[in-house]
Design a protein around this ligand. Structure first.
Ligand code: PLP
Length: 389
């Protein structure tokens, strides 16, 4: 059968993830040090796993409310208020989702009519552009620059706005660059969103993982006039090392949550109950474990930034997440060539910057959620590789 005629055009138009392509090459190779997968190397803290086990022991194996367990939504509303200084009504303005991934998908589907434009800053997380396209929107990338620490500048956003612009997607701290946004820039961005009546999808999944603690994390939802036009997305995968639990959430005004719920209730029904039980424990008692993991990532970030700059690959010190994004342009190799050669010659896997959009050309994403010992070894190998170029 000719399946090209069976697959929806919208889906067929979306390319495979560059990360997936690259990791298919890595699979099956012995002894590779991976700076690739954007996932904590920590196992979920024991007390959180215990809460999941206990919930199973108690026989909690049913569906929950479509929106999520009320107790979890109450914990989320408290946590979000503490972290972002924005108040949400626990029972009507919080939706528990299957990871932030689901929240991104249903938020876009809830907001977009065919042809609506969605602006996002690039390099960015691999799912953004495909999710926009699969929701029948038009993806509009705004390039961010190394000289701006890869943060989105209001002037760059202003130049991308058209009468068809409907949504702005933000992600600070950013995957893959670790970029953060200043209050001043966010205020400029907020002003434009209000002026042009844009909704904002703010993916703040890395917000606990910030290392320059004199720098505040400002959620755009907390700025005047923005709560009503923002969908704040957050989850458990990164800070709590809970990727496999598949749990996230969206906070937004009730009509928006209602629209997202229409999709969620028919496609997911609800997030897994044992994950939701564990998440309550994470929010209520997980802070010390998060702090310990953050301290560890902080040391690793400093090591990588130092070593990369010493070997001549310019690398800004990112404020958050667990990625560094060194500039490899001096080597004369493209991102893909650099990553392939590094893998073949030294057995170190890092992701070409182009996996995160065309503006990632000339850069490499190295994830430092791996042990200090492996990071030191990876840096020694990379230094030897760069030295030979
Ligand atoms: N958003 C960003 C920026 C990410 O980097 C990731 C995962 O890497 C996700 C969302 C997906 O997170 P989740 O595991 O909650 O689906």
């Amino acid at each position: 059968m000719d399946y090209t005629k069976k697959i929806a055009r919208q889906v067929a138009s979306v390319p495979r993830s560059g990360i997936r392509d690259f990791f298919e090459l890595v699979q099956g190779r012995e002894g590779v040090i991976s700076l690739g997968v954007g996932e904590p190397d920590f196992v979920t803290p024991w007390h959180i796993r215990e809460a999941a086990i206990y919930s199973l022991e108690q026989g909690h194996t049913s569906y929950t409310s479509n929106l999520g367990l009320p107790a979890l939504r109450k914990s989320i509303a408290r946590y979000v208020d503490d972290l972002f200084h924005v108040k949400y009504e626990a029972l009507s303005e919080v939706l528990v989702t299957v990871g932030v991934s689901e929240a991104i998908d249903i938020a876009l589907r809830a907001l977009l009519d065919p042809g609506d434009e969605v602006i996002y800053h690039e390099p960015c997380y691999v799912s953004y552009s495909p999710s926009i396209v699969m929701a029948y929107g038009k993806a509009v990338a705004v390039e961010t620059r190394k000289s701006d620490g890869f943060s989105l500048k209001p002037e760059a956003l202003a130049a991308a706005i058209t009468p068809k612009s409907r949504v702005l997607m933000l992600n600070f701290p950013t995957n893959p660059t670790g970029a953060t946004a200043s209050r001043e820039d966010l205020e400029g961005i907020a002003k434009l969103c209000i002026e042009h009546d844009l909704m904002v999808l703010s993916d703040e999944i890395y917000c606990e993982l910030r290392y320059d603690l004199n720098e505040e994390h400002v959620s755009i939802a907390s700025l005047p006039g923005m709560r009503e036009r923002t969908i704040l997305l957050h989850g458990f995968s990164k800070a709590f090392a809970m990727t496999g639990f598949r749990l996230g959430y969206a906070c937004a005004p009730e009509p928006v949550i209602e629209a997202m719920m229409k999709i969620h209730q028919y496609s997911m029904l609800c997030a897994p109950i044992m994950s939701q039980m564990a998440a309550i424990e994470a929010l209520e008692n997980g802070a010390p474990a998060v702090e310990k993991m953050r301290d560890s990532y902080h040391q690793r970030r400093d090591l990588l930034v130092k070593r990369l700059n010493e070997m001549g690959l310019e690398c800004h010190s990112p404020g958050g997440a667990f990625y560094v994004f060194p500039d490899i342009r001096k080597t004369g190799l493209s991102s893909k060539e650099f990553a392939m050669k590094l893998l073949e010659e030294e057995g170190v896997a890092a992701v070409p910057g182009t996996a995160f959009g065309n503006s990632g050309e000339g850069f490499l994403r190295c994830c430092y959620a791996t042990s200090m010992e492996e990071l030191r070894l990876a840096m020694d190998k990379m230094e030897a590789f760069v030295g030979r170029l």
